[in-house]
Every structure is written in structure tokens, then in C-alpha cells.
Design a protein around this ligand. Sequence first.
Ligand code: SF4
Ligand code: SF4
Length: 449
Amino acid sequence: MINMDVFHGFLDAIKHLPEAAQPAPLSDAQRLTRAKAVMRAKIDRGLALDLEACVNCGYCSEACHFYQGTQDPKYSPSRKLDLLRRVHARESSAFAPLIRLFTSDITVEDLNEWQELVYDSCTECGRCSMICPMGVNTARGVNVMREALYEAGLAPLELQAVAQEQAGRGTVFGVGPNELRQTLDQLRAQGVVIPLDEPRADVMLVTTVIDVLLYQDALLATARILNHLGVNWTLRSAGFEAANFGLLSGSEALQKAASQRLIDEALAIGARTVILPECGHAYPALRWDASLPGGQPLPFEVMAISEYLGREIKDGRLKLKPAPALAPGEAGRKITYHDACKLARHGGVMTEPRDALKALGMELVETTPTAEKNWCCGGGAGTFLINRAGDLRHKAWEIKREQIDATGADTVVVSCASCRLNFMAGAEADQWPTKIESVVEMVAQQLPT
Ligand code: SF4
Ligand code: SF4
């Protein structure tokens, strides 16, 4: 059961995040120099091709929830890369000396304008790239812009505050090892074994501040399933936080440091598998972006919990009891699944969550479009924490809501805590009656006794 007081407390805490930020005291010239240095360093062959390949056809706008929700041309995906494109054209393209003669350099005012375009109005969902005839990877360019703005001290204050907390104290929203222990003690009181800091384990479970504070049932459900499977597993208090505010804010150094904590703990206990919680961005951060020194691949598999559940069910190790029998005349549950962009489009995790949901014995219906073409809910990549982005985010969410309503499902099931937060906020604002549930919790409800 979700504690709505905690949910509202979390929303209130977000309102006060800007007060906790410690903005870098940089001059405009320093900001510009720093931002351009990042842009120059990050414009490699692939990004240069993306920047030069755009033919301004505008198809990508049709794919972007922020453009669709507002019809404002400033939110066109191709425009979000204009600043990067200008720096490339003037400084690293084949005709740079010539182009410099008739184009102006970017300014700090441009950087300030682009803060909204690459943080508030882009969840780096990647949907525009699926539509683009030239295959332009807008999400990657936007991520480079976030890195440039972060270095210039121009990330939104909310993201600066949490990134600074994670880089400094190692906590996120004040949740560190002590807070984790307190939550685990409460959950253990329900009779569930939850190992912490075991010196050796085959599986290391990672959780996240949102589950520790709000979606505790997801953590409890994961523990019950792992225990049911007889897995040798543990959480580690020195490396339990999946949320990576380096990735979200644009701090590459923090992204690496946050991933390294998890890697160090997994190596220390000899884990063969690291299971990530229902957290979209945690998946690319550890599964795709992290590596050992020298770029060597991680010596353990990294799986999202929904991916792990689907695999265990498909391979026959996890069997679920059937859904409760219906009373005469009672309609069965009709559920639909919302793919988190970072898991599905970026990560390829699409069949496994569906395998898990199909095993529940309920009717699973799909939105149109779905899976890798699924529309983003509008709350990912840290946008949920940006206060001024509330209206924009809600407009994006309305598209999602209409698609779910069209399925006739009574429940939307998610596998990302950020999506879940955004759905809950949207549902509360619109008094939307559809139930919002999580894959891992639904699976745990049908574990055989
Ligand atoms: S769809 Fe591709 S080529 Fe067309 S405007 Fe968008 S980024 Fe440029
Ligand atoms: S990555 Fe997603 S949010 Fe960003 S511009 Fe493309 S479609 Fe829009």
C-alpha cells in the first residue's frame, strides 16, 4: 500500500530543492568557456554526422510528446540540437573557417535559453530518432548539451541540488545506509528475510531512494520473489542506490562515481548478477554506460528486475498461481503495460516484462503504439524534479493517458519508479481512475504459498 502522505511529502520536498542547491559562482565568460569546451570534446564522428545529417524535415516533431503536447515549434527535437550544431559548424566542421565569417558565436544567453530545451522538455526518450529518416540521435546530443550546461553551472537548481548531495554525502534525498537499515527493519517485521551486507552472494540487489521511502512494497516484493527462488542474494549498504544523478544532471564524473559504488560492491561479494529495481535510467547507467577500468566489460550480468522476472518465468524457474477466480458476472482484470523509454527503446527490455505479466493470467492489452514506439510519459530523465516543468510534463502525460484510456484497461503496469511518480501525479491532478501498479508487486502477489 502506497503511503500518500509520503508521496505528497516527496512532492513538497521537490518544491524546496532549489534552496538546497549551491550554484557555482562563475562569470558569464567562464560559463561559456566551460560549456563550449564540453561541446567541442564531445563532438565525435557520430555526433558530427548527426548534426550535419538533419535535413529539417520536421518528422521528429510528430514523435515528441513535448512538441505534440504544446504544438510549440521551440520544442521540436531538431531545434534542441541547434546550439551544438552551431558550435560544430563554426569550430569543427569541414567549412568552419568560412562558416565563422557569417554566423555568430553562441552566447551565455543562448545557454540559459537551452536549459529549458534540454532538461524540461526532453526526457532523452529517443522516440524522435525512430522516426527520423536520417537516424539522428537527438537524445545523445541532448545529453551532451546537459553535460555542457552542468559544467557551466547551468543545470536546473533542483538537479544541481540532488547531484551535489549524491556527490558530496553519497545520499539521495537524505537516504543513506542508516535510512536503508530502518526501512529494511520495518519490512522484516512483516516476516520477510532481507539480507544486508552479506560478504558473498550470487546476486546483488540494488534499490533506490524512491522504493526505500515510497514504493516499499516493490522492495518487499523483490525480496519475497528472490527468497522464493532460493537465490543467494544481498543488498549492500555501501552501494544500494540505483538513482544516478550524474546521468540525470549531466555530470559525467558523478555518473561514473555513482556507478563505481555499485560495481565495487558487486565485485567485493563476487556477484554474478546485479538486479536493478524498477528504475528506468538506472538501467543504461549501469548496463550500457558502465565498465571496468580500460573499458573492460563488467564481469557480472546487469538485469532490470522486470527483465529478471520475465527470464525466470520463461525458463520455468518461477511459476505463479493463477489470478483469483471470478465471481459470476464479474469481469476479469484488463491490464496494459507502459514501457519505460530507458528500458525498452534504449535497453531492449520489452518481451520480459510482458512475459511476466502474461503469467498473471489477466488480459494484457497494448497501447497504440507500443513497445519500442511507445510514447514517453513525460516524467523521465529528471524532469519530474524540475518544478517549472510541471505544466509541460502534464501536457505530455495527457497523450499517454489518452492512449491508455483507448485500451479500456483498468490498470496500467509500470516498471520504473519515475514513470510511476509521474503517473500518480497526473492521475491525482486529473482524477484519473485507472489503477497504477508495478510489475514486481503484481508478480509477488501471485507467488505460490
Ligand atoms: S526527423 Fe531527423 S532529419 Fe528531420 S528534422 Fe528531425 S532530426 Fe532533422
Ligand atoms: S528524445 Fe524524446 S523528449 Fe527528447 S526531443 Fe526526442 S522525442 Fe522529444
